[in-house]
Write a protein that binds this ligand. Structure first.
Ligand code: SAH
Ligand code: SF4
Ligand code: F3S
Length: 436
């Protein structure tokens, strides 16, 4: 049968779609790029905020109509929405629901659904997904590699521990087998993924850690750059910072969500550090890796957040000078401690205003930081083409650079001279092609 995937949410969901698509194509199904070409539509869903949940519900509604008109045969729901809503999704018109730790069983679940069974499968058999599992990669030169599933942190606002379960690291030898396979297939860049990727190995209790994984993965000649996402502040070890500083293949890029600059709010969020510890971490990274790119996430309008708390966040952003900032307004999530015990009391307009002011501040910081790039020559790996037909890629600090050329290919290393900056991407002129 022909299957169309629509993926919402984070990179882990993207990687899960690649895995499910790989398994289904091994079982003789065809993965198609457009819903009009499909017999089966699978929505790989996200529930991190109310809006994310509304998005796939509205898509589900559309697909239910398509199914009624006979254009598609089956609708499946995968991802975090499955774990949160389960049976409810069948009532909303889905034919099957598969949990985020059950993706290895997608072929069996689909087969049952095709026989007319309504099925909700939420078992945790994530250990059946390993380096031997087929994956249909969306990029030729870059690959996502999930190395740790779940989260143990229980930040009071966050739904993820409820949908993705507890932390479970993949054995290091198995991850390396996957890296080896990718290297043989011509992949140059890999990104190790986890909700707390720097907690990798803790649960294995055998000394496995992210720093040694990065070192060992770098031994494969073909692999040129190694990234990792997302880091929990207190799980970043000195050894990890040292490895990133010294390993030429380790991208000089840390994504470390801070969430708030107010100690009071951080405590209510159950984040286990304070603003000074966070700023010291940023300092430490910059002292060892002067050009490190540090990015972050912030939630504004958390319950009881006052103007003073918010000013503390603004102040932290001014001090940390992030390369990139993902901002979100607080969204109560069913079942979390914050939604049960804290009143969502910051008015909507106030939240939006706080978000916009932070956006402005970050834009200004971005412009200042990007100015330093002007006139410099940087090496990037080509990632693809923009809608306007220009090429783009990123340097080892995760900076996106756009340029025009007639003759480069995806995965190629090129040197660019930066001749224009914005608060977002940079623009450059091709200087030299360094080959694939
Ligand atoms: N594991 C990562 C983040 C995972 S969720 C970490 O610890 O930081 C991605 C981002 O979504 C979070 O960093 C947070 O900023 C945002 N987020 C999570 N729950 C949210 C909520 N209830 N309301 C608004 N934003 C939320
Ligand atoms: Fe959510 Fe906190 Fe876990 Fe990140 S660390 S996934 S924000 S509970
Ligand atoms: Fe969303 Fe689940 Fe990722 S809630 S952000 S898809 S872990």
């Amino acid at each position: 049968m022909r299957v169309f995937f629509k993926t919402y949410g984070c990179q882990m969901n993207l990687n899960d779609t690649e895995t499910m698509a790989g398994i289904l194509s091994q079982h003789g199904h065809e993965v198609v790029n457009l819903p009009e070409e499909a017999d089966i539509v699978i929505l790989n869903t996200c529930v991190v905020r109310q809006k994310s949940q509304e998005k796939y519900h509205s898509a589900l509604g559309q697909f239910v109509k398509l199914k009624k008109s006979g254009k598609i045969k089956l609708i499946g729901i995968a991802g975090c929405g499955s774990n949160l809503e389960g049976e409810e999704l069948i009532k909303s018109g889905a034919d099957f629901v598969i949990g985020s730790r059950s993706i290895g069983k997608i072929a069996e679940v689909l087969q049952k659904a095709a026989r007319g069974e309504k099925i909700v499968y939420l078992e945790d058999d994530i250990c059946t997904v390993d380096s031997k599992t087929p994956r249909m990669r969306f990029s030729k030169h870059h690959a996502w590699i999930t190395i740790i599933h779940g989260c143990n942190r229980f930040c009071t606002y966050c739904i993820v521990p409820y949908t993705r379960g507890r932390e479970k690291s993949r054995p290091l030898p198995d991850v390396l087998l996957e890296v080896e396979k990718l290297a043989k297939n011509g992949v140059k860049e890999i990104t190790f993924l986890g909700q707390n990727v720097d907690a990798y190995g803790k649960d294995l209790k055998d000394g496995t850690n992210l720093a040694s994984l990065i070192e060992q993965a770098g031994k494969f000649e073909q692999i040129k750059r190694i990234w990792f996402l997302t880091s929990y502040p207190t799980d970043i070890t000195d050894k990890l910072i040292e490895t990133v500083a010294e390993d030429p293949k380790a991208a000089k890029s840390f994504h470390i969500p801070v969430q708030s600059g107010s100690n009071r709010i951080l405590r209510l969020m159950n984040r286990r550090y304070d603003r000074d510890q966070f700023l010291q971490l940023v300092e430490k990274i910059r002292s060892k890796i002067p050009h490190a790119s540090i990015s972050s996430d912030i939630i504004v309008g958390f319950p009881t957040e006052t103007e003073y708390d918010y000013m503390q966040t603004m102040d932290l952003v001014r001090k940390a000078r992030f390369e990139r900032l993902n901002l979100a307004v607080y969204s109560p999530r069913q079942g979390t401690v914050a939604s049960k015990y804290f009143k969502d009391d910051v008015p909507r307009e106030e939240k939006v205003q706080r978000l916009n002011k932070l956006l402005e501040l970050q834009k200004q910081i971005n412009r200042e930081l990007n100015m330093q790039y002007l006139g410099k020559v940087v090496e990037i790996i080509v990632e693809g083409k923009t809608k306007e037909g220009l090429y783009y890629g990123r340097d080892i600090r995760n900076k996106v650079i756009i340029f025009s050329s007639q003759e480069v290919s995806e995965g190629e290393n090129v040197l660019l001279k930066i001749d224009k900056i914005t608060a977002g991407p940079l623009y450059g002129k091709l200087q030299k092609k360094c080959g694939l």
